[in-house]
Design a protein around this ligand. Structure first.
Ligand code: HEC
Length: 147
């Protein structure tokens, strides 16, 4: 009798352990199956998976767009402002209309020539690599600001 009791006990213990194992494992497998089966989750996962690719495409597109001529304001702020905002190297300050008046009087073409070839303390093209089109654009920007 006692032996029968203990083997029944082992049987119940086994069933309980099995039930606990199933209770633990079943949700895990169910979850896995669920996330790939539900379209909503699958779409989210797809979004996450293509994200790095989308970012890479943007990064690739940005320099391509930047190979076109940069606008006058951009060039002025990155190249010319170093001297013409502060008056460094004796440069006429952008907001010093008195200093610009006689220079502007030379006409746009003369100013473009000065910037292209450099003038005294100003290095050719302000020391940067600029296309003719970009020089024209930035000189027009300077004229607009200085007059
Ligand atoms: C290293 C400093 C420096 C940088 C950078 C610089 N300039 Fe100048 N710039 C000068 C100086 C100094 C003068 C005055 C030259 C002179 O008349 O002796 C000057 C003069 C000018 C003039 C008048 C030229 C003339 O014929 O009177 C223009 C226009 C001009 N700069 C535009 C620009 C533009 C546009 C840029 C950017 C592409 C630029 N500068 C970058 C220092 C600089």
């Amino acid at each position: 009798m006692a032996e029968q009791h203990s083997s029944k006990g082992i049987m119940w213990a086994t069933i309980v352990v099995a039930a606990i194992l199933i209770a633990i494992i079943y949700p895990l497998t169910a979850n896995k199956g669920g996330s790939t089966a539900t379209t909503g989750n699958a779409a989210d996962e797809a979004d996450i998976r293509i994200q790095p690719v989308a970012k890479f495409e943007l990064a690739k597109a940005a320099p391509a767009a930047a190979t076109g001529p940069r606008d006058g304001a951009t060039i002025y702020n990155t190249v010319c402002g170093a001297c013409h905002n502060t008056g460094a190297a004796g440069a006429p300050k952008i907001d010093d209309k008195g200093a610009w008046a006689p220079r502007l009087a030379q006409g746009k073409d003369a100013l473009i020539k000065s910037v292209t070839n450099g003038k005294n303390a100003m290095p050719p093209k302000g020391g940067a690599t600029l296309s003719d089109e970009e020089i024209k654009g930035v000189v027009e920007y300077v004229i607009g600001k200085a007059k």
